[in-house]
Design a protein around this ligand. Sequence first.
Ligand SMILES: [Zn+2]
Length: 340
Amino acid sequence: MKAVRIHEFGGPEVLRYEEVPDPQLRKDQVLVRVRACAMNHLDLWVRKGLPGIKLPHILGSDIAGEIVDTGEYVPGFKAGQRVLLAPMHFCHHCAKCTAGLQNQCRQFTVLGNAVDGGNCELISVPAVNVIPIPDSLDFHQAASVPLVFLTAWHMLAGRAGVKPGQTVLVLGANSGVGIAGIQIAKLFHCTVIATGGDETKMARARELGADHVINHYQQKISDEVRKITSKEGVDTVLEHVGAATWEESVRSLKPGGTLVTCGATSGFQVGMELRFLFARQLSILGSYMGTMGELHEVLQHVFSGRLKPVVDRTFPLQDARAAHEHMEKSQMFGKIVLVP
Ligand SMILES: [Zn+2]
């Protein structure tokens, strides 16, 4: 089959479209023909180099496609069935996995990170990862769902526990997590304040349901939040930007508020005045992906049309390099999808 692999870490030039051996199908696995693989910031981190990656390596976490074949121990699926793949890899046996907390498993990783991913034509995965999709969702849309909608669901529902009537600040409305976060917070009947970098992205954030939108380049986020909330601040901040926004995110919280973070696309080092943390009784929560149970929960809302994936544009798989360059410019609104 054809695949995009990296043989060394570096810039977009290390992506190589080449012939590789077809994957083997284990008895407990399902072989899937990849019809779409959506990109995430994780692809850029992996390409630049993360610990635990064996080279050569196939990138790509968010996969949708058709079943080609099933292993002997896998009942209930048939060839040709349209599916998406849960992007998680875990051991299935440990205390955390058997308790349904797969994202706390010591072997937990994401497809395309410490194990090969979906920038290829065929992939074999354990049956637990394979989830049928309705006809209302095309492959590009289906591939745009799992990682970001699961991440935002775990952050807001699992970790922060948002409640109806609360106010949620969602940073970076154009990102995959931002797009999912706005919609999920609205699903929970929260008031949503989103941030965007230009007029077009701000308008798109309103279309997704944001009640207020702040221009994070031209306006000071915490000042605008104070105006919008009558000086009160927000209950929850959904953070994934890191260094560039951290201080403003903390300042935007009301007393007793919660900041939940799943990433740091602008840098990992942040400063924090502890007096704000204790005196205002803030909660700072880390969040990483989510559980299989949460994935099934959030997918029910996607399949019924209450939550909508947003596709920015598609690239043929062999143009993965151009797709990475497009993502690095941060000009997208929604997911970039590679099509084998
Ligand atoms: Zn485990």
